[in-house]
Ligand binder design. Sequence first.
Ligand SMILES: Cc1cc2nc3c(=O)[nH]c(=O)nc-3n(C[C@H](O)[C@H](O)[C@H](O)COP(=O)(O)OP(=O)(O)OC[C@H]3O[C@@H](n4cnc5c(N)ncnc54)[C@H](O)[C@@H]3O)c2cc1C
Length: 382
Amino acid sequence: MPTQQVDTAVVGGGIVGLAHALAAARRGDRVVLFERDDYAVGASIRNFGLVWPVGQQPGAVYRRALRAREIWLEVAASTDLWAPRTGSLHLAHVADEQAVLEEFLATVPAAVEQGCRMVSAEEAARLSPAVRSEGLLSALWSPTELNVDPRRAIPTVARLLAEQYGVDVRFGTTVRGLDLPTIDTTAGTWRAERVFVCSGNDFETLYPEAFAETGLTRCKLQMLRTAAQPGGWQLGATLCGGLTLLHYAAFKHCASLGALLERAQEELPFCRENGIHVLLSQTADGALTIGDSHEYARTHHPFERESVNRAIMDYLVSFAQAPDLRIAERWTGVYPSLPGGATELVVRPQPGVTVVNGLGGAGMTLSFGLAEEVVSGTYVRP
Ligand SMILES: Cc1cc2nc3c(=O)[nH]c(=O)nc-3n(C[C@H](O)[C@H](O)[C@H](O)COP(=O)(O)OP(=O)(O)OC[C@H]3O[C@@H](n4cnc5c(N)ncnc54)[C@H](O)[C@@H]3O)c2cc1C
């Protein structure tokens, strides 16, 4: 097999690899992307499909998320990608939750500039019929969140790359080793000037030494999905409740978080022990995606715990309702996770090679923005 030559090669067909291929192709590079599986089956198709700027660390990461959102919308404009601008509601049923939301708005002017504001229980119920309004004090409305359907969106981006940017997308091809300019794959040898290694949960095969000191581990999440809701019922805004405030970096600086944390530990110990917070999103065909839990280890047993699924559903119905919450699908997802709140790992283990990983629970939200920074050389660690 003759050696083929490109400017840029990408390892991994999840959202991080796709985003780097897009950024490189947009600046005019000849690009090849290698994906080991016949189609992407990793974290990128197992998630909620939420592009979630509101949850990100204020400052550079929030701006990166907003840029990534713009790119998702550009992708949607040039394909048949379903990407409704649903916005999101953080529902406050308890005063300590409301206090965190109000403090967030008072301390993050950039979110207010984007249109984030407190809304009444009545307005929240108008923004989503799924809002349980009994006992609802108020909610944070954020207009910036998008919903994509990951099982469709990831193949759509791969198609866009191949059809509109001429990227050579090679599924079923594993990269076995790199010694630039040579790339050894199961489909022969390639030559490239630069390579982006976006291998997701596989951080043992290529450049294990680049990962060794980072503390990267794996987070396992349990997820559930209903069938399509009857009569074309639409969720509207994506919903979450108070536990989500303990999960996302956007709220970490809020002094009022302490009271909420204390109450949650006391009232919802099982949820806290299992990293449960609950989001409700919808797929293109009208099903509802519900999750999730967070369990951290290098190696996870493959089994789901029904007690975790029950706790997710119990918490869901404390703030949301829908015509049919019977579960049609359950699955687990795993993503690499960095310690200490780091939002990504970008390292250059050898000239021309960049490893990009560790986007944790925000790869759909941040990858397009991060890739643009990395490929253009403007990336600075936040
Ligand atoms: C349950 C769950 C819910 C989530 N919800 C959200 C959400 O709503 N919003 C959000 O922003 N983020 C969310 N995330 C996080 C997001 O899904 C991840 O951050 C993102 O998918 C990581 O993308 P990736 O490309 O690094 O990994 P992956 O999608 O796992 O892709 C890596 C790919 O690399 C390939 N690969 C590895 N090694 C090689 C090799 N040597 N040769 C060829 N191919 C190789 C693998 O086969 C794999 O397909 C969620 C994650 C999970 C698990």
